[in-house]
Design a protein around this ligand. Structure first.
Ligand code: ADP
Ligand code: MG
Length: 365
C-alpha cells in the first residue's frame, strides 16, 4: 500500500521545492493509549485539516508526546484508530508514514556535517547523489544556512541547529510535519525569532503540522488552532483568539494567561446573562480598569461593574503594570499598559476597579 501516491512520482522527478506542496489530513478517532493502569491518552478525537497548523498544548505529563508518538507510529493505540488522508495507518510502520519530525533535542547526527545530515533522508529514499546535492543546496538557501553546510552540528548555535533539524524534517517533502517542543531548548529571544521562522516555513511549505508544547505563548503565536490537553484528554479545541477569549473551563482559562475568578461571596456579580450552574465567573486582568477611589465615573459606567479594593502589590513587567488588589476575600489581578499621564498606585492605596459586564465569562469549575 502506498499512502502517498504523489510522493512516489516525486522521487523520480526533479526536486522543485516550490512545487505545489503535498499535505495530508489527520484524524484521531477515539484514540486511547494505556501504559499499565495509566491512560496517557484517553478517548481523543481530533481532525487536523490539510495544511493546518495545530498545536497540542498542556502541562507536563498531559499526554502530548504520546499523542504525537501514536501518530508517528512509534507506539500503537490501545483502542481507537488514526487515519491519514482518510485511511487507517494501524498497519503502516513508522518509516512508511512519511512524516518529518523535529524533537526538542534536535537529534542531529553529531558526527555528520550539516550537509550530510540533510542528505540522509534523501539517501534513505534512494535519491541519486547529484540530485541530493542539488536539493540540499536549495534547502540550505531556504533556511538561510547556505554558508554552514560543511560545519559539524557542534559548531552551530542552538538556533542554527534547530534550523538544520527543521530543514532535515522538510527535505524529503513529507505531507506531515511533527514538532515536539521544538523551541524548548532555546532562550527567550531566540525562541521568538524561531517562532517567526517556523511560521514562515509553514506558510511556504504548507505542510499539515502538529506541534506539541507546554508554552502558551508559543501556541498562541504559531497555531491555526490549539488543542488543550489535560490528563490525557482534550479539554478544548479552538482558534487562539476563541480559546483565550472564550475558555470553556477554569483549567483552560488559567492555562492560557491569567484569569480573575470572581467569587460570589465577595460581591454580587453583575452580568447580562444568567450564570449556568457549575460555572464560575471570570474576567481577564487586562479587561479590568484601575482608578483612584475618588475618580469621576466613566462615560459607560452603567455597562460596568465596579468594586473597591486595596492595592497589595504592583510590579513593572516591561510595558505593563501588574497590580494585585484585594477585594473582599479575593485577590484580583489588573494588567495595565504603561502610558504617559496614567496614575500609578502603591501598595496600601484604596482603588476602584471596574470592567464591562460583557467581558465576564462563565467557565466550568
Ligand atoms: P507530555 O508530553 O504531555 O509531557 P507524555 O505523553 O510524555 O506527556 O506522558 C503522558 C503520561 O504517560 C505520563 O503520565 C507519562 O508518565 C506516561 N508515559 C508516557 N510514555 C510512557 C511509557 N513509555 N511507559 C509508561 N508510561 C508512559
Ligand atoms: Mg512531552
Amino acid at each position: 500500500m502506498n499512502l502517498y501516491p504523489n510522493l512516489s512520482q516525486f522521487s523520480s522527478k526533479e526536486f522543485a521545492l516550490n512545487e505545489d506542496p503535498v499535505a495530508a489530513q489527520i484524524e484521531f478517532r477515539r484514540v486511547t493509549k494505556m501504559y499499565g493502569p495509566i491512560a496517557a491518552v484517553k478517548d481523543v478525537s481530533l481532525t487536523v485539516r490539510q495544511g493546518e497548523f495545530v498545536t497540542i498544548l498542556g502541562p507536563s505529563g498531559s499526554g502530548k508526546t504520546t499523542a504525537l508518538m501514536l501518530l508517528a507510529g512509534f507506539a500503537a493505540p490501545s483502542s481507537g484508530d488514526i487515519l491519514i488522508s482518510g485511511r487507517s495507518v494501524a498497519a503502516v510502520p513508522s518509516y512508511r508514514r512519511d512524516q518529518g519530525i523535529v524533537f526538542q533535542s534536535y537529534a542531529l547526527f553529531p558526527h555528520l556535517t550539516v550537509r550530510r545530515n540533510l542528505e540522509f533522508p534523501l539517501e534513505m529514499r534512494g535519491m541519486r547523489a547529484a540530485d541530493r546535492v542539488k536539493r540540499v543546496d536549495q534547502m540550505l538557501e531556504r533556511v538561510h544556512l547556505a554558508e554552514f553546510g560543511d560545519r559539524m552540528p557542534a559548531q552551530l548555535s542552538g538556533g542554527q541547529q534547530q534550523r538544520v533539524a527543521l530543514a532535515r524534517a522538510l527535505i524529503a517533502d513529507p505531507p506531515i510535519l511533527l514538532l515536539d517542543e521544538p523551541l524548548g531548548a532555546l532562550d527567550r529571544n531566540l525562541r521568538e525569532q524561531m517562532q517567526g521562522e517556523i511560521k514562515r516555513l509553514h506558510r511556504e511549505f504548507g505542510k499539515t503540522t502538529i506541534c506539541v508544547t507546554h508554552d502558551q505563548e508559543e501556541a498562541l503565536t504559531l497555531s491555526d488552532r490549539i488543542v488543550v490537553m489535560r490528563a490525557g484528554q482534550i479539554e478544548q479545541t479552538d482558534t487562539p483568539e476563541a480559546l483565550y477569549d472564550r475558555p470553556v473551563t477554569r483549567f483552560v482559562a488559567n492555562f492560557l494567561g491569567e484569569a480573575n475568578i470572581l467569587e460570589v461571596h465577595d460581591f454580587q456579580i453583575e452580568t447580562g446573562a444568567a450564570q449556568p450552574s457549575g460555572t464560575v465567573a471570570m474576567v481577564r486582568p487586562e479587561r479590568v480598569c484601575i482608578a483612584g477611589s475618588g475618580a469621576p465615573k466613566r462615560a459607560d459606567a452603567e455597562q460596568r461593574q465596579s468594586v473597591t479594593g486595596k492595592v497589595e502589590d504592583m510590579i513593572y513587567a516591561g510595558p505593563l503594570r501588574r497590580y494585585q488588589v484585594r477585594v473582599g476575600g479575593s485577590m484580583l489581578i489588573v494588567r495595565e499598559h504603561v502610558a504617559s499621564g496614567r496614575q500609578t498606585f502603591k501598595a496600601g492605596e484604596e482603588v476602584c476597579l471596574d470592567w464591562l459586564r460583557s467581558d465576564v465569562r462563565f467557565v466550568e469549575r
